[in-house]
Design a protein around this ligand. Structure first.
Ligand SMILES: [Zn+2]
Length: 263
């Protein structure tokens, strides 16, 4: 992990367990955003400087061991814990939550060692580079959206087929009701098979053309692509559309489920 990442190794664990281990958030005023990094740690014994790969592996094992006590850890250190909520909302669900879910589903303690894979130039690895690294080491690849989909399973039902016509031309769309959230999403079809994209509803940007985000321009470009190149646009509605938001893993999971329901 050290060789193929930027060297920053994180350990995601439940925030209640982090409290037991006296690993409070690194920043207490809540402005740091996500993920919630906790105070860094090393193993208090059985390690030397804490920076070597073996010292950090030892520390990660301690964090995953249910019998570890707060005094078994030294602060600050070279491993960065990430606190994950016990029951994350769709908005809170990110890669750290997905990693702990993967451990849980494997029947292991929900504590995950994480690193961002980078290539030789230090750039975050592309999906193709991840696939070849996986093949080299014989490890599987799973995307976070698929893990999110198993937690936030949308129950989708097609409720209408509509014809959208307006300043950008005419397109056919199907409306799907997610019965678990009560929100209706749209799947908009180009006239031929082509690229697939997703857009998250944004009232200030898309409806009122707010200059705070690029949503209006992005949606117009996506609709233009439907005309020029064909394909499918998944238009995701949201329960909190009063402000611009970035697409979450849960949103991507819904988009994936909508596309699968077409197949
Ligand atoms: Zn927006």
């Amino acid at each position: 992990m050290v060789r193929h990442s930027s060297g920053l190794l994180c350990v995601a664990l439940d925030s209640a367990r982090a409290d037991e281990l006296r690993l409070p958030p690194m920043e207490s005023d809540g402005t740091s955003g996500k993920p919630t990094f906790a105070v860094s740690v090393d193993a208090a014994s059985g390690a030397t400087t804490g920076i070597s790969a073996s010292d950090r592996a030892h520390c990660a094992r301690l964090l995953a061991d249910p019998s570890t006590r707060p005094e078994d850890l030294r602060r600050p250190g070279h491993v960065l814990p990430i606190r994950v909520p016990s029951n994350p909302t769709p908005a809170e669900y990110g890669f750290a939550e997905a990693a702990t879910d993967l451990c849980r589903r494997a029947g292991l303690p929900a504590v995950a060692l994480l690193a961002v894979v980078v290539d030789d130039s230090g750039t975050v690895a592309s999906p193709d580079q991840l696939r070849s690294l996986g093949a080299e080491y014989g490890v599987g690849l799973v995307d976070c959206e698929s893990i999110a989909a198993s937690r936030f399973v949308p129950t989708l039902r097609k409720v209408a087929s509509i014809e959208l016509s307006g300043r950008l031309g005419s397109l056919r769309a199907d409306a799907y009701l997610d019965t678990s959230s009560g929100v209706q999403h749209l799947v908009i079809f180009g006239s031929s098979p082509g690229p697939v994209s997703a857009h998250l509803e944004c009232i200030p940007g898309t409806i009122f053309g707010s200059s705070c985000c690029r949503c209006r321009a992005d949606l117009d470009a996506a609709v233009a692509r439907l005309h020029d190149e064909g394909g499918i646009l998944v238009y995701l509605r949201t329960a909190q559309s009063g402000q611009h938001q970035e697409m979450t893993l849960a949103d991507r999971a819904i988009s994936k489920a909508l596309l699968e329901s077409l197949a």
